[in-house]
Design a protein around this ligand. Structure first.
Ligand SMILES: Nc1ncnc2c1ncn2[C@@H]1O[C@H](COP(=O)(O)OP(=O)(O)OP(=O)(O)O)[C@@H](O)[C@H]1O
Ligand SMILES: [Mg+2]
Length: 138
């Protein structure tokens, strides 16, 4: 009742990362995810929104959607940017790989935290990362 089932939020500034986290904390909680899963989902949001902000060299957007299947709840998150792209996606997904001198644990961490993950990227066109988390409906 009155629950927003879908939405989008821009990623243009550092503050937008905080906004994305807040939005998804509310959306995932309202969808029925427990505290532990909400924390996992929000951590994934942090990493993916930060990657757009730090690495893409362009603006981006986060889109989210609540999914429902019989007996299940789900949330799908799409992070899209129009930036420089990722030359080697497999390498980027390896724990410890970074081009920024940071930890290189973002993408590999997100893969662990979420149930499904898809990365599409084209050089100088942009990157789209789609992740999904499923849970049991109460
Ligand atoms: N949206 C993006 N656009 C362009 N390159 C990206 C994007 N997201 C990730 N990458 C590339 O993939 C690499 C790995 O990303 P990952 O998040 O795993 O590590 P990191 O951001 O370098 O470090 P950490 O997330 O641990 O602070 C990045 O260093 C960057 O080269
Ligand atoms: Mg990162």
């Amino acid at each position: 009742m009155g629950t927003q089932e879908t939405g989008e939020s821009p990623i243009k500034s550092e503050g937008d990362i905080v906004t994305c986290r807040k939005l998804i904390r509310i959306a995932a909680t309202e969808a029925g995810f427990g505290m532990t899963d909400v924390t996992r989902i929000v951590t994934a949001v942090s990493e993916l929104a930060r990657n757009v902000y730090v690495h893409s060299g362009s603006d981006g957007v986060m889109r989210w959607q609540i999914l429902s299947q019989p007996g299940q709840i789900g949330i799908e998150l799409v992070f899209q940017d129009y930036g420089k792209g990722i030359p080697d996606i497999e390498q980027a997904l390896e724990a410890g790989f970074t081009t920024a001198g940071t930890m290189g644990m973002g993408l590999s961490g997100v893969k662990r935290l979420m149930d499904e993950m898809d990365v599409k990227s084209e050089i100088n066109v942009g990157t789209t990362v789609t992740v999904t988390k499923w849970g049991r409906a109460k």
